[in-house]
Design a protein. Structure first.
Length: 241
């Protein structure tokens, strides 16, 4: 039952007592009984609060033996149980600390082993000049031959879906073959036979170009590039701004 419900119930009981008065003694007694039940303390859940309650009970039962002469669990037994809990708690704390120390020791040992192995590997590589077959004798291998970087393929599906007064937005698709492009050259010429010139560089597959010539037929083309070279020119897109 929630605190709010308990509060409402207690308020209802108080109102009922006022309504029936003290004449109906039996009914009044029952109301008082239920009121006491709903106002009882709740058993704590946090460990520290449970231990504090146990210690208070030991002190109270011991100091009021006349009032509580024969509890089911004697104060001495409660004290023993508190001590057992404290011992178990301290053991758990010590176990966590020991586990952390053991993990740190394991990590340190692995680091020492790794450093020693790398030292022997460097020695072996230099000793046999990275000969792969000889290095395999110790479970290692020579240097991998790097794969040469390929030139990019052809940028695809160039189009100019948006344009305005002196500007144009271009987008295209990355090549499906060849090496990975590091950038794209955006080139332009005046139709029908003007010379191609670079007008921008893009690192993604789109570009917005501003301050473009107006009133002329312009043709744009994209070329993917990387350190190995340039790919084949894309299809062209024609605009008049």
């Amino acid at each position: 039952m929630t605190c709010g419900k308990v509060g409402l119930l207690c308020a209802g009981l108080n109102g009922l007592k006022v309504a029936i008065g003290a004449d109906n003694k039996e009914f009044y007694r029952r109301v008082i009984f239920f009121e006491r039940i709903f106002k009882m303390a709740r058993f704590p859940k946090p460990e520290a609060e449970i231990v504090a309650l146990a210690q208070a009970m030991v002190s109270g039962l011991t100091g009021n033996a006349v009032l509580y002469p024969a509890p089911p669990v004697l104060p001495a037994a409660l004290t023993t149980l508190v001590s057992a809990y404290t011992t178990a708690k301290n053991a758990a704390i010590a176990a966590v600390a020991a586990a952390e120390a053991a993990t740190a020791g394991k990590d340190g040992a692995l680091e020492n082993l790794t450093d020693a192995m790398k030292s022997d590997i460097r020695y072996a590589e230099n000793k046999v000049n990275y000969d792969d077959d000889k290095l395999k004798l110790i479970g290692w291998a020579g240097k991998n031959t790097p794969t040469p970087l390929a030139i990019p393929g052809q940028a695809r599906l160039l189009e100019a879906p948006k344009q305005g007064d002196g500007w144009v937005f271009l987008d295209w698709k990355a090549p499906v073959d060849g090496g990975t492009p590091s950038a794209y050259r955006v080139t332009r010429r005046e139709r029908p036979a003007g010379a191609w010139e670079d007008v921008a560089t893009a690192v993604i597959s789109e570009a917005t170009l501003v301050e473009q010539p107006k009133g002329k037929e312009l043709e744009y083309c994209i070329i993917a590039v990387n350190k190995a070279g340039e790919g084949e020119a894309s299809n062209t897109a024609m605009v008049v701004l």
